[in-house]
Design a binder for this molecule. Structure first.
Ligand SMILES: [Zn+2]
Length: 314
């Protein structure tokens, strides 16, 4: 009996050593407001020409992401991080990184956001569509979360992706989803970020999830971060679940693949307008949201939480 209890004790100690014991304070410290501002203002600057592939702006933004990944020890998932595709006779590419070395025998968690926006339009006055909220904010979240996650070891593969050509019909995401499916990546779930720059009407440090009832992802996230993930009736009404990159992964893999956002149709009047600028973003709340998301995802990864489908999509 004594021997057994010693073995049990040793075993539990060993298991104890494996968990990362991530604390919210640690995450808050790592996800700094300065860094959030730097990434956001870079991606949404006039220099990036609205991040469209036609005018070279997208390539510039993608180059910034590649440098960021390299600097923070995020490995290339594909050579030079690039998953190339052609949309309307123009080459573009998703930027895809891996936290640590990818192991094909392990399950994979994907974290993504679209990096592209709609470019420059010929018109009087401001002609550059900077796409600060849509989606420099979501891209900032993915870069910050990737940098935080890259400092630790996880039991599952973690792949991070910045998508091209979302604004042309989720083209980049469809390309990557089909490629990963063909390459037999064992996708567990996907978390996508869209428009996080303005405080959600229900309150600070909150997001809503598209396809809320399709899986238990919201419940599992809220178990670590109470009230963080909300249900938004408009998300169901406008079928937002199908309107961002998450949908391509749901279609290809049939696993939970959902978007977190704070744009609720009441809180921001510059959606798809030239006035969608970095100066208008509520960066304090945005940074808090990114920190909470990083903490929540780190907890899901640390405990290898299983996220399951609940309903079939209507
Ligand atoms: Zn968007």
């Amino acid at each position: 009996m004594k021997k057994i209890s010693v073995i049990v004790l040793l075993a539990s100690l060993l298991i104890g050593c494996k968990t990362e014991n991530i604390g919210l304070d640690e995450v808050r410290e790592a996800i700094s407001l300065e860094e959030t501002k730097t990434i956001l203002f870079t991606l949404a600057s006039d220099d990036m020409k609205g991040r469209d592939s036609k005018n070279g702006g997208y390539a510039k933004a993608a180059g910034f992401v590649e440098d960021y990944f390299q600097k923070h020890n995020i490995q290339p998932f594909y050579p030079a991080y690039r998953d190339s595709l052609m949309t309307d006779s123009l080459w573009s590419y998703n930027v895809v990184g891996s936290i640590g070395k990818y192991d094909p025998n392990k399950k994979t968690v994907l974290i993504g956001a679209h990096l592209d926006h709609i470019g420059i339009k010929e018109q009087e006055g401001d002609s550059i569509y900077n796409g600060a909220n849509d989606n420099a904010t979501g891209s900032t979240a993915v870069l910050q979360i990737a940098r935080f996650l890259s400092q630790k070891k996880w039991k599952q593969n973690v792949v991070v992706a910045l998508f091209a050509d979302e604004e042309k019909g989720l083209k980049g995401a469809y390309h990557l989803a089909e490629r990963m499916k063909k390459e037999q990546v064992d996708l567990a779930y996907m978390v996508n970020f869209e428009m996080l720059g303005i405080t959600l009407t229900t309150g600070a440090n909150q997001v809503y999830m598209t396809g809320y009832n399709l899986s238990d992802m919201a419940d599992k996230m809220n178990a670590f971060s109470p009230n963080f993930v909300q249900f938004l009736p408009q998300a169901k009404e406008y079928n937002l679940f199908r309107r961002s990159d998450n949908y391509a992964f749901y279609e290809a893999f049939g696993v939970p693949a959902q978007t977190l956002s704070t744009f609720d149709f009441k809180n921001y009047g510059h959606y798809h307008k030239a006035g969608d600028e970095a100066e208008k973003m509520e960066v304090d709340n945005m940074n808090t949201v990114i920190g909470t998301a990083a903490y929540t995802i780190a907890k899901l990864l640390d405990k290898e939480v299983n996220i399951e489908m609940k309903e079939k999509e209507e």
